[in-house]
Design a protein. Sequence first.
Length: 155
Amino acid sequence: MLESLIEDRDFAKMMKRHIEELVVLFFQKEQNFGILCKIEDVSFNPELPDGMSAEFRPLTLFFLAGYTFETARIEDEMFIFEAGFGSENFGSVVSVPLLSILQIIVDETPLFINIAVENKEKEEEKSKNIDEKGVKNSMESFLANPENSKFLKKK
């Protein structure tokens, strides 16, 4: 039962909307916060050197304060910010899909917990099935009309 709920597309949309609304509120209130996210979904531009990226755990906490907070924004369902990494303060733009944010934390207290799972495979499979059925139904409708025979190639 719980699994079907957390994988539900509408539930995922709602969680994504709540993440966005909470982050926007923090921007308005100038409230620093942290995000705990799945590092496998995070991208860095430029890519971090191998030694640095190997230090991240599967769930990684990014704290947004100072320059990092000032550069943060939400764009195309992604949470984007600039940050410096390692002792060299290697600069990179970090992009996190909103649904990959598992917790939003203020003063070491989780204020938001996201348990939604975006199931891209099911969505792609569903879309493919709809496309295949649509083409088949469209062709059947086309062939059912005798007037359309003039458009068919003769063998």
